[in-house]
Design a protein around this ligand. Structure first.
Ligand code: ATP
Length: 469
């Protein structure tokens, strides 16, 4: 099995991620987070939320998923939020045309045809029309199952449509939001006035977004329902580049400080910019299938606020009473995927390590999560299930559980119990043995070093709280 399959299999077996509607054969592009997955996801979101809102100039928001349909006219999504789609006439399979070419580039790189790959990448970055994509697919002989019979490239709008109320006609159409950002733009004034913020200031939001992606693949990487963590920072026009640099640095450090090795991160500068942007960069992570975007940092100018001002006829200006000026602020946004990020943290943490135990060579699967992200913080084991040890262990378990997630495990040999916790990334295992009765100590074993330490029971809670923070 490949690395990706190993991670997917572990995710299912241990209860991180299941297919949506599994017993019905699954629903493409949708996933459910199991008991450990939801803890991990919540921990990622908590770290992000704190990094954003534990400062004076960023406040939070939770806007609704369904919004007034005019929002999407103003933002440009009804007209322009589409991907180029192409069908193979022989295999009847549908693809995103740009992704087909990207995959071909990866194949060329694998075959060490670097010059050809670079040339194709350059051409892909500079295409202007859908017909250019078609021409590249033909020119490079890209096939599906050997067939080069392709249709023209057409645009496919990615927004999911539904209806409000009982009548399913065009006046009742609403969309599931394809990004959380617009909820922030339309609340720019509400938030500024109620939270008494002054430019520069930011609004942070975590929430679901939906895109009817043409192809879903690579596990959580491209799904139809996903979660975003977005922050829009409103600045004075002309000051956006300074804040862009600042946020880019902060976001890079966030991943690094939460345990993603820097050699697995890369910045990709966008040469071709979206119609609303004057600068854009992606933070990419090296997934088992190659580098892919985990977060976009965009300088969106005043495009969104000006559009909403025009479409709603409500002024969305900032009045600077000190300098006696008024303007529509520019926006620097950081847009991260929470669920795609979870996959990055999971892939970065995953390791199958060779170990020697009792003079025997063995291996263990370990998730080396930063303890702040670990779904379970400590596991408690009574060495044997007699002589009062289970009662002592339960007391310690219940006491620690008031502060963080713990698991009680009394089944099987201690070595097996360690392995079970290593596999889900639990940083500390605590064994209660006869010493606990005689001198009030427990053995704490650390996941990565596998070092064991004797700790007094009355110092245990503080010891762990310090290590976990
Ligand atoms: P792509 O080019 O890969 O379709 P994008 O550039 O449209 O992505 P953005 O609109 O910038 O992506 O979205 C911001 C973040 O939201 C991305 O960095 C990613 O982490 C997440 N994201 C976007 N689309 C999806 C999806 N279909 N599934 C999971 N996460 C997604």
């Amino acid at each position: 099995m490949g690395l990706m399959e190993d991670i997917i299999s572990l995710s299912k077996r241990k209860g991180f991620v299941f297919q949506s509607s599994d017993i019905y054969g699954g629903l493409n592009g949708c996933w459910d987070f199991g008991p450990l997955g939801v803890e991990l996801l919540n921990n990622i979101k908590k770290q992000w939320w704190q990094s954003m809102t534990f400062r004076d100039d960023v406040v939070g928001l939770d806007a609704s998923i369904l919004m007034h349909p005019r929002v999407w006219d103003a933002s440009g999504h009804t007209k322009q939020f589409s991907d180029p789609m192409i069908d193979n006439k022989t295999t009847k399979k549908r693809f995103r045309a740009d992704n087909l070419i990207e995959e071909h580039i990866q194949k060329l790189r694998k075959k060490k045809k670097t010059d050809e790959a670079d040339a194709l990448e350059y051409k892909l970055e500079h295409i202007n029309h859908n017909s250019d994509l078609y021409d590249l697919i033909i020119e490079y002989g890209i096939t599906d199952e050997g067939s080069a019979e392709w249709t023209d490239v057409k645009n496919f709008n990615l927004m999911f449509k539904t209806f409000v109320g009982p009548v399913e006609d065009s006046s009742a159409v609403v969309y599931l939001r394809p990004e959380s950002a617009q909820g922030i733009f339309v609340n720019f004034k509400n938030v500024m006035e109620s939270a008494r913020q002054k430019v520069p200031y930011g609004i942070a939001q975590i929430g679901k977004a939906f895109r009817n992606e043409i192809n879903t693949k690579n596990f959580l990487f491209r799904t139809r329902e996903f979660e975003q963590m977005e922050m829009q920072y409103f600045v004075k026009p002309g000051e956006e580049m300074k804040f862009f640099d600042e946020w880019q640095g902060l976001r890079w450090d966030w991943y690094k400080n939460l345990g993603i090795p820097e050699n697995k991160l890369k910045l990709k500068v966008h040469e071709k910019l979206a119609h609303y942007a004057n600068r854009a960069i992606d933070i990419e992570f090296e997934f088992p299938f190659g580098f892919g975007e985990i977060e976009g940092i965009h300088s969106r100018t005043d495009f969104d606020l000006k559009q909403h001002q025009e479409f709603s006829s409500k002024k969305l200006e900032y009045v600077d009473t000190v300098n006696k000026e008024r303007y529509v602020p520019y926006v620097v946004e950081t847009s991260a995927g929470a669920t795609r990020g979870l996959m990055a943290f999971l892939s970065a943490a995953y390791e199958v390590e060779k170990i020697v135990e009792n003079d025997k060579e063995d291996s263990r699967t370990v998730l080396r999560f930063d303890p702040r992200l670990s779904p379970i913080k400590a596991a408690i084991f009574p060495l044997v299930n007699r002589d009062g040890l289970p009662e002592l262990a339960q007391n310690i378990h219940k006491d620690l559980q008031r502060h963080f997630t713990t698991e009680y495990d009394s089944a099987g040999a201690i070595g097996r119990r360690y392995r079970r916790q290593d596999e889900v990334g639990t940083p500390y295992c605590i064994t209660i043995d006869s010493d606990t009765q005689s001198d009030n100590t427990v053995t704490v074993r650390e996941r990565d070093s596998m070092q064991q330490e004797k700790i007094a029971v009355d110092k245990l809670k503080l010891y762990l709280l310090e290590k976990l923070s």
